[in-house]
Design a protein around this ligand. Structure first.
Ligand SMILES: *Cc1c(COP(=O)(O)O)cnc(C)c1O
Length: 380
């Protein structure tokens, strides 16, 4: 039977028959499991080996959500990203990476990978014509994000997978900002789809977790490395993630609809200079977002006409949005990237990436859209 995504969120991969009839997946809070009969190394079940019942149920569900052969859950989004990259790349290899990556990933590829003899060059992911000149004989992989933070640029994703097929590269995508509801990268030919489940997949701002999906053979290799690097998810966090995933589709519908309405409101407000949201016709990648995504998620960024001082005033005057980092949860959050997520960059780099000091980022939660608009109105 082939289920739609909404049904898979609830039922795909769950144990059959139900464990003791339990309707929700129980937590298996046990470090190791008793061996049966003539057991060898491969029969060992142990939390670090990512093979307890909580891990295996999540792996099946995550794979089903993106129509991938296999899935793997990890201790954080960064564990999924670093372990996947180290599994694909070896000393002497070259990586092409999108400009403006998530801060932790940017630092990992520019500072850590070179220490292991792996070099990286950055590409404008919206301009496929410029990629060939960066290609080297030792280029092995290409790494992009579904949408960039905080400008919400949308890479030419079909261009990326066509390019990787033509040049025999491995394609990796961090699809955190889209979630499997809005975009399923494996379907358009990506090799590995990675998520920080800390964001939309769990959605409740109470755990850190990651995931990677792809062909079974690639996931097997990444699991082997993860078993040694040690980034496995604790069973209780597995349980919370499993629970959070059940409501992903209803949450994403609300994030998509509410953020679009709020972006439209902001764009028409006299105190606002500019709004970045791919669901708006004014966004440079609106057409591509419409073609590839079924919604643009909850993240919006904006510049106020009066710059930094107006940005700080807005952040201090709003009542509903919580002033903090991260995104993708049920609560609306507000932050100034130059002071938080992008404070590790030099002012010059921020300018080069188009992130002004006064840029404000909103992660729209699932509160009433009208209440959020009223609150933003009074704060501006
Ligand atoms: C948060 C985030 C990460 C890192 O995830 P953690 O779960 O915090 O390790 C990676 N990529 C993107 C796009 C993110 O938003």
């Amino acid at each position: 039977m082939s289920w739609n995504l909404e049904t898979k969120l609830l039922h795909a991969g769950d144990p059959e028959p139900r464990i003791q009839g339990a309707v929700s997946m129980p937590v298996f809070q046990s470090t190791m499991y008793e061996l049966e009969g003539e057991a060898g190394y491969h029969d060992i079940r142990y939390i670090r080996l990512n093979n307890t019942p909580n891990h295996l149920a999540l792996h099946r569900k995550l794979a089903a959500l993106e129509n991938a052969e296999a899935g793997l859950v990890t201790a954080s989004g960064m564990a999924a990203i670093s372990t996947s990259l180290l599994s694909v790349l070896k000393s002497g290899d070259h990586l092409l990476a999108q400009n403006g990556l998530y801060g932790g990933t940017h630092t990992f590829v520019t500072e850590t990978l070179p220490e292991y003899g792996i070099t990286v060059d950055f590409i404008d992911a919206a301009d496929p014509g410029s990629w060939k000149q960066k290609l080297r004989t030792n280029t092995r992989a290409i790494y992009v994000e579904a949408m960039t933070n905080p400008l919400l640029h949308v890479a030419d994703h079909k261009g990326v997978t066509a390019f990787t097929r033509e040049h025999d590269l491995i394609s990796l995508i961090d699809s955190t900002f889209a979630s499997p509801v809005n975009f399923r990268p494996i379907e358009i030919g990506y090799d590995l789809s990675i998520h920080s489940c800390t964001k939309y997949l769990n959605g409740h701002s109470d755990i850190v977790a990651g995931a990677v999906m792809g062909r079974a053979e690639r996931i097997r290799k990444i699991t082997h490395l993860l078993n040694h690097l040690g980034g496995s998810l604790d069973p209780h966090a597995c349980f919370l993630l499993h629970r959070g995933i059940k409501t992903l589709s209803v949450r994403m519908k609300q994030h998509n609809e509410s953020a679009l309405k709020i972006a439209q409101f902001l764009e028409s407000h006299p105190a606002i200079a500019h709004v970045n949201y791919p669901g708006l016709e004014s966004h440079p990648h609106h057409g591509r977002a419409r073609e590839l995504f079924s919604g643009c998620g909850g993240v919006i960024s904006m510049e106020l006409k009066k710059g930094l001082s107006a940005a700080n005033q807005l952040i201090s005057k709003v009542q509903i949005p919580i002033h903090t980092v991260s995104l993708g949860g049920v609560e609306t959050l507000i932050t100034r990237p130059a002071a938080t997520s992008h404070s590790g960059l030099t002012a010059e780099d921020r300018k080069r990436f188009g992130i002004p000091e006064g840029l404000v980022r909103l992660s729209v939660g699932i509160e009433s859209t009208d209440d959020l608009i009223e609150d933003l109105k009074q704060a501006m």
